[in-house]
Design a protein around this ligand. Structure first.
Ligand code: SER
Length: 337
C-alpha cells in the first residue's frame, strides 16, 4: 500500500524550510521532501527527505511507486541571477523539471481518481517593463499586463504558468477518455525577505543582504541604485499565501495565477529602516548595471486585488510591522546583536 504524502521539492531552499516548519507546526505528518541538498540538522528527522535531482527519472519513479501524493509544492528552481549565468541549465531545472513534476502529478491524479493539487511559486520576474518611465507610469501591475520577461528565469516561470494551465485543463485533450487533471494553483511572489535564511542566486537579494550584513556588522555594497523600487514580502506572509491558496475551495478561484504583495520600498528606504535598527551599519551603493537592469525590468508594485477578492489574501505585515515585529527582533536573536 502506498503511503499518502505531500511532496515539497526544493525543500532545503528558503521557502521550503519555512513551509516545512509551518506545516509541522500544524501537525502535518505526511511530508515528503526532495532537494539536491540535505535538510538542516534541526529539520532532518521530522520529515521523510530524499536527496536528489528533480530531473532524475529513477528517483521520481521511486516516489510514485512508494507514495500516493495528495499535493505537490514544487519550489525547486534556479533564481534569476544564477539562471543568467547558466541559461540552459536553468531551462532544464526550471522548465524540464517542472514538466516532469506535472507529468507525475497527472499520473498520480489519474491513479487516485482525484486531482492532485500542484502549488507553484512564480515571480515578479514574469513581468518585463521596457524602461523606467513605463515602470513608473504603470504603477500596480495586473497579472495579464507586461508579460514580457527579460530573464531566463522569468521566461521559465511564465511558461510554466502556462504549462500548469495546460495540464489542469487540456492535458491529453484528444484521448478517448478524459483523464483526471491536476489542480494547478500559482502565486506570483515579489522579492521575499526572511529573518532566518538568505536567498542565493536571486536579483531581489539586495534587500535581505542589506539587512543580514548590517546585523552581522559586515559592510555591504548594494548592487542597485537607492531609487530602485520593487515589491517585497516577508517570509511568514509568503507561507500564509501559499497555504491559503492551496486550501481555498476550487469554486472560489476565478484564475490560476495570482499576484500577491505586501510593500514596495526603494533600496534607499530599506537601507534607512535597517540603519534605524543598526545605526553603525556600513551600507553604500555600487550599482551593477547588469543586475540593475534586471531589477529595473520588474514592476514597482503589483495589483493583488484578485487574490484579495477570491481567497481573502491580506498580508499580516506592512513595512512597519515587517521590520519592527518580525525582521529586526528575529535577526537580533539570530546573530545575538
Ligand atoms: N527573488 C527572485 C529573484 O531574485 C525573484 O522572484 O530571482
Amino acid at each position: 500500500m502506498r503511503k499518502k504524502a505531500i511532496l515539497i521539492t526544493g525543500a532545503a531552499g528558503e521557502i521550503g524550510l519555512a513551509l516545512i516548519e509551518k506545516l509541522l507546526a500544524q501537525d502535518e505528518a505526511r511530508l515528503l521532501t526532495l532537494d539536491l541538498r540535505p535538510l538542516p540538522p534541526e529539520t532532518m528527522g521530522t520529515v521523510t527527505h530524499m536527496e536528489g535531482d528533480i530531473l532524475d527519472a529513477a528517483l521520481l519513479a521511486r516516489v510514485v511507486s512508494e507514495y500516493e501524493l495528495e499535493a505537490i509544492y514544487h519550489l525547486a528552481a534556479l533564481l534569476s541571477t544564477r539562471s543568467e549565468f547558466s541559461p540552459e541549465m536553468a531551462h532544464r531545472v526550471n522548465v524540464d523539471g517542472t514538466l516532469r513534476l506535472m507529468q507525475l502529478a497527472a499520473d498520480q491524479s489519474e491513479r487516485r481518481g482525484q486531482p492532485v493539487r500542484f502549488i507553484f511559486p512564480s515571480s515578479i520576474a514574469a513581468y518585463g517593463m521596457p524602461d523606467l518611465q513605463t515602470k513608473a507610469q504603470a504603477g500596480r501591475v495586473k497579472e495579464g499586463e507586461w508579460n514580457y520577461p527579460a530573464t531566463m528565469y522569468g521566461c521559465n516561470k511564465l511558461y510554466c504558468e502556462l504549462l500548469g494551465s495546460y495540464f489542469s485543463r487540456h492535458y491529453q485533450q484528444l484521448a478517448a477518455r478524459r483523464p483526471e487533471l491536476i489542480d494547478f494553483r500559482c502565486l506570483r511572489f515579489p522579492g521575499l525577505i526572511s529573518a532566518f535564511t538568505m536567498p542565493s542566486g536571486g536579483t531581489s537579494d539586495y534587500a535581505p543582504e542589506i539587512l543580514h550584513a548590517a546585523a552581522k556588522g559586515e559592510p555591504y555594497h548594494c548592487f542597485v541604485r537607492p531609487d530602485t523600487r520593487i515589491p517585497f514580502m516577508v517570509m511568514p506572509d509568503a507561507i500564509t499565501a501559499l497555504l491559503t491558496l492551496a486550501q481555498a475551495p476550487a469554486e472560489t478561484l476565478s484564475r490560476q495565477v495570482y499576484n500577491v504583495t505586501s510593500f514596495s520600498p526603494t533600496a534607499g528606504e530599506v537601507r534607512e529602516l535597517v540603519l534605524r535598527a543598526f545605526p553603525e551599519a556600513r551600507i553604500d551603493y555600487q550599482p551593477d548595471h547588469k543586475r540593475q537592469g534586471i531589477v529595473d525590468s520588474w514592476p514597482a508594485d503589483l495589483d493583488d486585488s484578485a487574490a484579495r477578492q477570491d481567497w481573502g489574501w491580506r498580508p499580516a505585515y506592512d513595512i512597519r510591522r515587517a521590520f519592527d515585529d518580525y525582521l529586526i527582533p528575529n535577526i537580533r536573536r539570530r546573530y545575538q546583536v
